[in-house]
Design a protein around this ligand. Structure first.
Ligand code: ADP
Ligand code: ZN
Ligand code: ZN
Length: 742
């Protein structure tokens, strides 16, 4: 570039971490970065009384403000701009989800970079023997025994050892420097995640694929150079992960990088080990457990191309990649892929957009695909790759519905089911009892007058807990000690109503005193590693009972479980949310998938009060796909996604009148604008399903359209209206494009 090519901008449009949907203009200062001002560079600016890290988005010659009003940039941070692929995706997400660009970019940046730290890799020392050192052994060093031992250690590692690995074995810096002073060893600095140049990519051989797997692999590997969306639709245990591993191998061989997104619950040490065991190259994990420094290291390793495999939860979709080669979204139906606050993005959808932008293949894997993805597969937008057989040869167990009506139960379990549990344990197998409610019982009730413990801040019952004993609201922070008597009538006859995991655990421990019972829910796994610890115990294979919530349902390979009991399947059947049935069917299939994954076939008993419910019977008799097809037809008739596009405006305030008044006025404004537009509707306002939550009133308004672009027009108009409405200042509001829950 010659000097005359550099246009020196007079105005810089900067994205700042604020919810305001616009850029802020600043004047470049004299002391610019060496290669000039460019979009993507971070800068320090003053904003009100604060100093903020901003990102340059536009370099221009004009501003709507007079030049004298523009404040100068305080200082530049980066000469090299932040990665272009990251910036592109952030800009896309901001536009698509109609969220402020500055906030979008900041949310998708590691904390260290948000704080203005330099974008550079941390380094570590790697120690090697010199040529002289290679010819010397411990015995040659005489009385310097520790130096001798250290020398021997380095002999065992021809590729050198990092400093921390050496000190971990009890050696000191002085001993290392002692060897260096004798010209026997030297150190060099390398980034903490080092570029791999192993002879072989694989650390363990790939499995020989069965016919279905081989067919799926062949199709996937046909198009490694093009955008190539595939739905890998395979029952649990059918070997989807093996297909991912072989795709990743192909990607690494081409010197590209693979990005794998997994649900929050799926990024267990077990999953990571499985990926790390296969490859010799570094597998970098991005998850909420990382420290800020580790996160920056991982981000940097990905953006510089040193990490060939990046695996992470939702937010990892924003990880920059130097040489993107493929994206894999595992459990693509999982609700944790959608962020429910701030930037309300869906990581699967952004992954698709990203893959198209890069022109690379993307695989969406699931045993229970979302209706969106299934519709895309049916219409030919995605290749539909099916795996119907399990590697273990036992077909996934069918759901057996067990009618609970009129039966007595103990802790939620009816006698016939208890008998089956007993028989399974006697046969030396393990049993999983699924109950999607933590705590002892959903509530505490008075036997005399019918009073039930309710939260004073939410439209919800308080959950009874035994460990420790208290009443807790699962929707806010409210905690109460147990009352001695009914607050309404004074009766002392208060009893738990229904069953949660704690009660099921207690009942099972009473029924089977000689069998260990492991409870797995958010309460029992608060301690770090508690979950992994329990699961390791279970994997040893001695007969035991597992009681747990959906934490147990997903991802875990529990080879010795042959019986799964679902205590109550009815919660999702009659919920108001139009996705509730889809989600509860997915959950039931996932739970059922835990049974019989190894040598023995499995059984799944599903207790229900609605055994004749058409959806539940269809799921039990014909399986998930049949139910999904029927739900898709219902959605088409009802004009719901994936046949319509939705945006949900949510309003909340401690003052009931304020929320409704604002939502009403907003609805009237939108409706007036939409009068002659048959393709787009505004529905509501209506109270949210739980109207009062955390002491605030929630009301919502739905925009619905046959066209995505029309939906975006209407949403943008509504946002603009709200931004300018004085009424809206007293109410918190947000807009959720493609909402996953109502
Ligand atoms: P999914 O991801 O579909 O639930 P996994 O990839 O976890 O299934 O596979 C389930 C089990 O089957 C694993 O133990 C895996 O090692 C094994 N497996 C997968 N594919 C094969 C194969 N082709 N040959 C033998 N075992 C296989
Ligand atoms: Zn009472
Ligand atoms: Zn509450």
């Amino acid at each position: 570039m010659t000097n005359t090519d550099i246009h020196v901008p007079t105005v810089l449009g900067v994205a700042l971490p604020t919810p305001v949907r616009r850029l802020f203009d600043y004047r470049p200062n004299q002391d610019g970065p060496p290669t000039g001002w460019r979009p993507g560079q971070r800068v320090w600016v003053s904003f009100g009384r604060r100093e903020l890290v901003g990102i340059i988005i536009e370099c221009r010659q004009y501003s709507e403000l007079p030049a004298s009003d523009l404040k100068p940039i305080l200082a530049w941070i980066d000469d090299a701009p932040l990665p272009a692929d990251w910036l592109w995706l952030g800009r896309f997400a901001s536009r698509y989800y109609q969220h402020a660009l500055g906030d979008t970019l900041h949310q998708s940046l590691p904390a260290r970079l948000r704080q203005g730290r330099p974008l550079a890799a941390r380094t570590q020392e790697r120690w090697h023997l010199t040529d002289k050192g290679k010819g010397v052994r411990a015995a040659d060093l005489g009385r310097a025994k520790r130096q001798g031992a250290l020398l021997e250690l380095l002999h065992q590692h021809p590729r050198g050892l990092v400093h921390s690995a050496i000190t971990a074995q009890g050696f000191t810096r002085e001993q290392l420097e002692g060897l260096r002073d004798k010209c026997l060893a030297y150190a060099h600095a390398e980034p903490v995640i080092e570029a791999p140049r192993p002879q072989h990519i694989l650390a363990e051989p790939a499995l020989t694929l069965n016919q279905e797997q081989a067919a799926a692999r062949a199709i996937l590997h046909e198009g490694l150079d093009s955008f190539h969306p595939c739905l890998l639709h395979g029952v649990t245990g059918s070997g989807k992960t093996e297909i991912y591993l072989q795709l990743i191998e192909a990607v690494i061989k081409r010197d590209r990088q693979a990005l794998i997104l997994v649900p929050e619950i799926g990024l267990t040490p077990q999953t990571l080990t499985r990926f790390r065991r296969r490859f010799q190259v570094p597998v970098v994990a991005m998850h909420s457990g990382l420290t800020d420094t580790e996160r920056l290291d991982a981000w940097f390793a990905a953006m510089s191309g040193r990490a060939p495999v990046v695996i992470g939860t939702r937010s990892a979709v924003f990880t920059p990649l130097a040489r993107p080669g493929a994206i894999i979204v595992d459990e693509e139906h999982d609700t944790s892929l959608k962020q429910q606050d701030g930037l309300r993005y869906h990581a699967r959808d952004l992954a698709l957009v990203r893959a198209r932008h890069h022109g690379i293949p993307i695989v969406l894997g699931s045993a229970t695909p979302s209706l969106e993805s299934l519709a895309n597969a049916r219409s030919g937008h995605y290749r539909h790759l099916r795996l119907t057989q399990r590697a273990s040869r036992h077909a996934p167990a069918r759901l057996e519905l067990v009618d609970m009506r009129g039966r007595t139960n103990r802790g939620g379990l009816i006698p016939g089911v208890i008998d089956t549990i007993e028989a399974t344990l006697r046969a030396g197998h393990q049993v999983l009892v699924f109950i999607n409610r933590r705590g002892f019982a959903p509530t505490l009730a008075c036997q005399s007058c019918g009073w039930m413990a309710e939260c004073s801040h939410c439209d919800a019952r308080l959950t009874l807990h035994r460990q420790p004993p208290l009443l807790a609201c699962h929707h806010c922070e409210a905690r109460h000690s147990l009352p001695d008597a009914c607050p309404d009538c004074g009766s002392a006859d208060l009893r738990p109503l229904g069953a949660g995991t704690e009660r099921a655990e207690e009942t099972l421990a009473d029924l089977f005193p000689d069998t260990p019972v492991h409870r797995i829910d958010r309460d029992s796994t608060r301690r770090k590693d508690a979950l992994e610890h329990t699961l390791n115990e279970v994997r040893r294979g001695t007969p035991c009972l597992l009681v747990g919530t959906q934490m147990l349902a997903k991802g875990h390979h529990l080879p010795h479980v042959t019986l799964v009991v679902v205590v109550n399947a009815d919660a999702g059947l009659y919920a108001s949310d139009f996705r509730a049935l889809e989600h509860s069917a997915q959950l039931l299939e996932q739970v059922a998938g835990r049974a019989g994954r190894a040598h023995h076939p499995g059984r799944v008993l599903v207790q229900t009060l609605h055994s004749d419910d058409p959806h539940l019977s269809l799921l039990a008799e014909k399986g998930y796909e049949a139910l999904a097809d029927s739900l898709l037809e219902e959605r088409r008739v009802a004009a719901l996604p994936p046949y319509r596009y939705l945006a949900l405006a949510r309003f909340e305030s401690p003052r009931e009148g304020d929320v409704m008044a604002l939502a009403d006025t907003a609805a009237q404004a939108v409706k007036a604008r939409l009068t002659d537009q048959a393709h787009t509707q505004c529905l509501g306002p209506v109270p949210a399903p739980m109207e009062r939550r955390q002491g605030r009133y929630h009301v919502q308004l739905m925009l619905s359209s046959t066209h995505r672009s029309k939906l975006h027009e209407a949403s943008a108009w509504l946002i603009d209206w709200l931004d300018r409405s004085s009424q809206a200042r007293r109410v918190r509001w947000s807009l959720d494009i493609d909402p996953q829950t109502l």
